[in-house]
Design a protein around this ligand. Structure first.
Ligand SMILES: *Cc1c(COP(=O)(O)O)cnc(C)c1O
Length: 343
């Protein structure tokens, strides 16, 4: 039997419909703006996020970097959560490539940032200081239990950003997980954002690709930034065709992943020596901890891998499991049985 791979929702294989769409995609040279399938995907992404325009890029990391490069010049400052993906997992690309200075403020366990902390982090106009340009939010918040940030919070944070003269970028790698969990159109979650990125290649199961969405003017600049990063692709309609299937056929089913994640969290929490917090699980990411310290996260992950269940060891006693297509409730029950036996 193949392993039950809960390391990430990036391991999702393309669906049969995606493979067929890719094989049959009409293509052209996208750097010349001549790929009709890419254009169709970009129009669809813009519509789903309520923005004027969109751009296909290679990855979520590239999407976030492109957006930062458009919003900020060298020496400008971004304000972002201390648990954010951009701060943790993108090689410091903001600084390394963009010359952009990151200023972290604490993320609360639900992925939000205190509005007063944002305001307090904004720099005065002083020759000693970098200029505060951009506020970055993450929705859902990967390291904070995959928490969805509500439209109400996004509205309040936008009012603060407006008052402080900050633009807003939403790292929405899993924006559609948030939309499904909150039963709220994705566009409502990013209505006040100046830019948003989301991944096609995570729970939506496309093999490659992320989208950058914003105003027509913003996306025109993002297109330049993508090119200088080496991200101008040619017959990218092959990729875009799968992205169209991702957006039209794979969004609603994310609810299954969320139900499976809760089932997994409840099961893990019921195993002696482990703790998970099912009440904190609203989307597809589950964190769990070895409470009695009988083994380490790394050793447990290795033993589980031997037994056919793959999870990620994140901290010495903390692990992560992510539910995704095409895993079923039965797969989750099988995984739980393996965890119980191995422990
Ligand atoms: C995965 C992820 C990214 C980066 O996406 P890649 O396609 O892996 O580069 C960015 N932000 C968040 C919140 C993510 O989970």
């Amino acid at each position: 039997m193949p392993p039950i791979d809960l390391r990430s929702d990036t391991v999702t294989p393309p669906t049969e419909r995606m493979r067929k769409a890719m094989a049959e995609a009409e293509v052209g040279d996208d750097v010349y703006g001549e790929d009709p399938t890419v254009r169709q995907l970009e129009d669809l992404a813009a519509e789903r996020t309520g923005k004027e325009a969109a751009l296909l890029v290679a990855s979520g990391t590239m999407a976030n970097l492109v957006c930062q490069l458009v919003h900020c010049g060298r020496g400008d400052e971004i304000i972002l959560g201390d648990q954010s993906h951009i701060f943790y997992y993108e090689q410091g690309g903001s600084a390394a490539i963009g010359g952009i200075h990151p200023r972290t403020v604490p993320n609360r366990p639900d992925g939000t940032i205190d509005l007063q902390a944002i305001e307090a982090a904004v720099r005065a106009d002083d020759v000693h200081f970098p200029r505060s340009r951009l506020l970055v939010l993450e929705n859902t918040h990967n390291r904070c239990n995959g928490s969805p940030l509500s439209a109400d919070y996004m509205d309040r944070v936008a009012a603060t950003a407006d008052r402080c003269g900050l633009k807003i970028h939403v790292d929405g790698a899993r924006l559609f997980n948030a939309a499904v969990a909150l039963a709220c159109p994705a566009a409502d979650l990013v209505a006040r954002a100046d830019s948003v990125s989301f991944c096609l290649s995570k729970g939506l199961s496309a093999p490659v690709g992320s989208m950058v969405c914003g105003s027509r003017e913003f996306v025109a600049e993002a297109r330049r930034a993508r090119k200088v990063l080496g991200g101008g692709m040619r017959q990218a309609g092959i990729i875009a065709a799968a992205g169209i299937v991702a957006l039209t056929e794979m969004v609603d089913r994310l609810a299954e992943d969320h139900a499976n994640a809760r089932r997994l969290a409840e099961g893990l929490d019921g195993i002696e020596g482990l703790a998970a917090d099912p009440a904190a699980v609203h989307t597809n990411i589950v964190f769990f901890e070895i409470t009695d310290r009988r083994t380490t996260a790394a050793a447990l992950a290795a033993a589980l891998a031997e037994a056919g269940v793959l999870v990620l060891a994140l901290d010495p006693f903390r692990l992560r499991a992510v539910t995704h297509y095409p895993l079923t409730g039965d797969d989750i029950d099988r995984a739980l049985a393996v965890v119980g036996k191995v422990l």
